[in-house]
Write a protein that binds this ligand. Structure first.
Ligand code: ATP
Ligand code: MG
Length: 565
């Protein structure tokens, strides 16, 4: 081994760059954060060859004074903090004074900047860490940082760059993360000379729709919850906005995009009741708290954070989000077409919390508007699948199986929480064929089954009998229900099934017991279902996340028939 030596500055920076500058997208992220820290409100991004050839960011921020330009590229030089206290209370994105120096160690950097009160701009350049002296340049107030030929001097790193389109994809994502967090600022993104995004200052709703798609804009609820010094706000996609991939999940802590397991868990739990199976929620959420309550200095790319009160944070986020997602049917109108979002009048009519009226025989005319229940009164059943109802704003279409399923599930859940799912003994036990393994499972899990309201007994070596079932489900296909339950118990064990998998289980049970298609419902039955939907939390979507009802307003119908044009 050779003697211990202090490393040259360039090597130190190149090693640091390994952590900060993973790929072109990390350069873009650092430059964008610097622009926002400088108070920019209009930012232009120019990329060439996925960013590998060039990443350039132009801003209209405060700029850098001539005598500080050289320092901006130096290691451990920052204008943002000066002490440990500052670090603990940091409100800017940057604080290490390391990003530009790291980038300059592995790329060619050109910095042109003009402070607000300066007569003209100045430019400095650096190549492989060696800076050249500042010289005058022309530019409006603000800063341009241009980073070209990433890894030109570290060929080993260059080999890790992927195809142009992959690198552009990462840059696009870095851009999106920042643009979503700052809808008040204008952004442009250009790749290989083509504009791929152009965003004016706008509301969060508009920004989210522009970047995540109109469906998300139409199918998300606003979140705005305070809890002491904590504030959670933003947009949470409803189940209708859920995706197959987790590619629209944006969580920010004090304006910084983070990937945090604790927060991810809180969000997943909050969505658990409304999203079944593999569907991934879409959301853009901002958690605001005193910077002293969170350590942002735990990860080189600053995408991880550590909370002082992790448990409290989890609880707050979980409850705030769950509450936002759990309005009853009356609060969550699903409009017929996303292009025709329901007008304020409809929203207001549907949002009222009326005491639910007992069913009255379907009236010839609708009762006075202010007394009409939100989902109205049934008119007919369509092909044994849908209920058609008339409410104040027009026609309501209900998927009766999906709606009933949700109602059953929510009721069972309440029963289980109260420790007593109401049981009903069967006059004639429902006997069904069962594998030896099922029989054994039934015997081993007698207690768990009873908690769930099911009493099974062995009727023969290959036969089980349902002797009692949850009262709510007694009309369903009990053998199918018992089989599904046994399969769950066998696979996951009683403890799991009663705790972690409880909602999946209840969803399965509810599905087996809910009214099947092609069952003729009477008018009173249909109206009773509508009233129950109004009273049930989360009844806007079924246990699998599909919508349970749609509103077709008179306006929607007029449009269909091209009336009034
Ligand atoms: N676009 C910009 N406008 C104005 N000043 C800038 C801009 N970019 C960089 N600076 C100045 O250069 C300094 C160094 O930037 P750099 O990104 O290297 O460090 P930092 O932002 O302070 O910390 P971090 O390493 O955490 O990003 C900043 O503190 C800031 O004063
Ligand atoms: Mg920075």
């Amino acid at each position: 081994m050779s003697a211990i030596r202090v490393m040259p500055e360039l090597l130190v920076s190149q090693i640091a760059a390994g952590e900060v500058v993973e790929r072109p997208a990390s350069v873009l992220k650092e430059l964008l954060e610097n622009s926002l820290d400088a108070g920019a409100t209009e930012i232009q991004v120019t990329l060439d060859a996925g960013g590998a050839k060039r990443v350039q960011v132009d801003d209209d921020g405060g700029g850098i004074a001539q005598d500080e330009l050289g320092l901006a590229l130096a290691r451990h030089a920052t204008s943002k903090i000066g002490s440990l206290e500052d670090l603990e209370a940091v409100a800017t994105m940057g604080f290490r004074g390391e990003a530009l120096a790291s980038i300059a160690a592995v790329a060619r950097v050109e910095l042109v900047s003009r402070a607000r009160d300066a007569a003209h701009a100045w430019s400095v350049g650096a190549e492989g860490g060696a800076a050249r002296a500042a010289r005058p340049a022309a530019r409006a107030p603000g800063t341009t940082v241009s980073v070209s030929d990433l890894y030109f001097n570290t060929p080993a790193r260059r080999k890790f760059l992927r195809t142009e389109s992959t690198e552009f994809g990462h840059c696009d994502e870095a851009f999106r993360r920042i643009a979503l967090a700052r809808p008040d600022a204008a952004f442009t993104l250009k790749h290989n000379g083509r504009v791929s995004a152009h965003l004016k200052p706008q509301s969060l709703q508009e920004r989210a729709a522009a970047l995540l798609g109109a469906e998300f804009g139409a199918a998300s609820v606003a979140v705005d919850a305070h809890g002491g010094p904590l504030h959670l706000h933003g947009l949470a996609g409803t189940p209708q906005a859920a995706r197959n991939r987790a590619d629209a999940q944006y969580f920010y802590v004090n304006g910084r995009f983070v990937r945090d397991r604790l927060l991810a868990h809180a969000v997943r739990e909050a969505y658990r009741d409304t999203l079944h199976g593999e569907r991934q929620p879409a959301f853009v959420l901002f958690l605001e708290l005193d910077p002293r309550g969170v350590d942002v200095n735990v990860h080189p790319a600053k995408t991880e954070v550590r909370f002082r009160d992790a448990r409290g944070m989890h609880q707050f986020v979980f409850h705030a989000l769950q509450r936002a997602l759990a309005p009853s049917a009356a609060d969550a109108p699903v409009s017929y077409a996303s292009v025709s979002a329901p007008g304020p009048a409809i929203q207001a009519a549907l949002a009222m919390h009326e005491p639910v009226m007992a069913y009255r025989p379907a009236p010839a005319a609708l009762p006075a508007a202010h007394k009409a229940p939100p989902l109205g009164y049934a008119l007919a059943q369509l092909h044994g699948v849908y209920i058609l109802a008339q409410n104040e704003s027009g026609l309501v279409l209900v998927d009766m199986h999906a709606a009933h399923e949700r109602i059953l599930m929510e009721k069972m859940k309440l029963g289980l929480v109260a420790g007593a799912i109401e049981r009903q003994r069967l006059l004639v036990p429902a006997v069904f064929r069962a594998e030896a393994l099922d029989v054994a499972t039934a015997e081993e899990n007698r207690e768990a089954l009873e908690k769930l309201g099911l009493e099974l007994s062995v009727a023969g070596p290959n036969e089980l009998a349902v002797r009692a079932a949850p009262a709510l489900l007694a009309g369903g296909d009990l053998p199918a229900l018992a089989r599904a339950l046994l399969a769950e118990l066998r696979e996951f064990g009683a403890a799991q099934v009663l705790a972690a998998r409880q909602n999946e289980l209840l969803a399965t049970l509810a599905c087996h017991a809910a009214v099947r298609a092609n069952r003729q419902l009477s008018m009173p039955e249909m109206n009773a279902l509508l009233r129950e939907m109004e009273e049930t939390e989360r009844s806007g979507s079924c246990n699998h996340g599909r919508p349970t009802w749609y509103q077709l307003t008179l306006g929607d119908l007029d449009k269909l028939f091209l009336r009034g044009r």
